[in-house]
Structure formats: C-alpha cells, structure tokens
Design a protein around this ligand. Structure first.
Ligand code: KIV
Ligand code: NA
Length: 282
C-alpha cells in the first residue's frame, strides 16, 4: 500500500470521500492500523493523541503528559505503522510557552519520534505559532472547538459553539489556522450544523469528533471504539467491538485453568525421552 500524503487527503476531500483517522499509542495499536491497509484502504491518519495520558498511562489529565513520554510512544507507533500519515499531539505547555518551545517540541517529535507531523490545539490566537511550526517544515493539523488541554478553563469537556458568539469565534479560528498553513482542521464537540458550515468554507479537510456526519473525516480514540477503555464515555463515542470484555474473559479463564491444573497441558510442555531423564535423575 502507498504512503498517505497531504495531497492524497486533499484529493479525498475534493472527491467527497471520507477521511478515516484513529488514535494509536504503541506498537500493537499501530499494527492494528497498519493491518487495515492489507485488505482495504484502511485508516488514513494514525494519531498519537495526548489521550494516551488517559488511555495508556492512567493520568487524570492530558496536562500531566511530558514531551519525553510522548516521544517514547511515537517511536513505538512509527515502528508499527508506515502507510498512514502519523501525527502526534504537541503535549500541553509548549505551545503556550513560546513559538521557539513549540517549534522545538515539533522538531523533536518528528526527528526522535519518527512522526510525519503534529497536532496543535488552538485557533486565531495560536495562528502565529502554527505558522512558525509550518515554516520549520513540520506539517500541522489544528484542533479547534473543544480543546481538551483547556478543559479546566472551559469547565470540563463540553460542547462548544452553541451560542452565536462562540460559533462565530470557532469559524474565525478555523479560517485563521488554515491561513497560517495548517493542512487540516480537527473539530471537536460542536453542533453538526457548525461542522457542516465550516467544512463547506474551508479549503483544507476537516476531521470531526463529535462534530456530526458532514465533516471531511472522522476521528475516534482507538481504546474507546474497540471497547477497551470505559472510565468515561463521551456522547460521540460509538463502541464497535468489545476488546475489553474479551480480554477480561480470557484472563479469568487463564486464572481458572491454572488453579484447576488444566494449564499447561502435555502439548504445551516440552518433551524429553524417558531414558534420558532417568540418566539425568541418577
Ligand atoms: O488526543 C486525542 O486522542 C485527540 C482526539 C481528537 C482524538 O486529540
Ligand atoms: Na489530543
């Protein structure tokens, strides 16, 4: 399969073919995504989201995730997937600190983490720093609407753009980040009408999560959609499988088999000739 490119994503938008995006955090979850390309078109963008703080590391907030931790996971992902475009979140703190800090973080994610580009939460206020990262040669997806790294400031994970003022400012955010050179805009938790409105007005593809069915693409958190993480479940999650349930059952039946001395069987054990063993024993 051919490596996904920014131009192939633009082509999908033009042809009204939905763009598929899914998060991944390590070698096996990246392999899950790479594997989809052996039988079909598969997942176009593999996102090493900072949701890895919750889903893989057990933190209670994405703001606890460090850049070194993110890079560690990006390395594993880039070893597991090669066909999708691989994008990493710039962890909390760098974009807010300075343009240099954000550019430095982006370059480390590409050079050390092996990713193709980065995602930056923000809008009009972050347009300048997005332009700097793009100037440095790192492709950027901007993330507008609900911005999880600002969840405390916005009093939790809540739908955005439900007032005229808020909707208008999200539209302005999207235009500003496109102007700054972002090659796509991720739109989180906005009414579907706003998702459609923005998608029709942007030249670059929109990727929605909780933004309705009209965006150019969709993204979900892999652990959520395979049913492997259920600490909380936003409205926009659809659970397509029960990996968590299957894993739990498998572990229970393993423990039962060990206790019943049903595991391991003779077939699961090594063999030695009886005469040989008798020699050893003497
Ligand atoms: O961190 C993440 O997983 C994200 C999403 C939008 C899926 O940013
Ligand atoms: Na994120």
């Amino acid at each position: 399969p051919r490596k996904v490119t920014i131009s192939s994503l633009n082509k999908l938008k033009k042809q009204h073919m939905p763009i598929t995006v899914l998060t991944c955090y390590d070698y096996p979850t990246a392999k899950n995504i790479e594997h989809t390309h052996t039988t079909q078109d598969g997942i176009n963008i593999a996102l090493v989201g900072d949701s890895l703080a919750f889903t893989a590391l057990g933190y209670t907030s994405t703001s606890q995730l460090t850049l070194d931790e993110m890079i560690h996971h990006c390395k594993a992902v880039s070893r597991g997937a090669s066909t999708p475009l691989i994008i990493a979140d710039i962890p909390f703190g760098y974009v807010g600190l300075s343009d240099e800090a954000a550019v430095g973080a982006a370059i480390r994610l590409v050079r050390e983490g092996g990713v193709d580009g980065v995602k930056i939460e923000g809008g009009a206020k972050e347009a300048r720093v997005i332009a700097k990262v793009v100037d440095a040669g790192v492709p950027v997806i901007a993330h507008a609407g609900l911005q999880p790294q600002r969840a405390t400031q916005t009093s939790g994970f809540r739908v955005q753009g439900k007032t005229a003022g808020s909707a208008l400012s999200i539209v302005e955010d999207c235009k500003a980040v496109q102007e700054a050179g972002a090659f796509a805009v991720l739109l989180e938790a906005v009414p579907p009408q706003l998702g459609d409105y923005i998608t029709e007005r942007l030249k670059v593809p929109t990727i929605g999560i909780g933004a309705g069915g009209g965006t150019d693409g969709q993204v979900l958190v892999q652990n959520d959609m395979v049913g492997a993480f259920d600490a909380f479940r936003p409205r926009f999650v659809r659970v397509f499988g029960d990996v968590g349930g299957a894993t739990g059952e498998a572990i229970e039946s393993y423990a039962q088999s060990v206790r019943a001395r049903d595991f391991p069987s003779a077939e699961e054990s090594y063999t030695i000739e009886e005469s040989k063993w008798n020699e050893i024993r003497e």
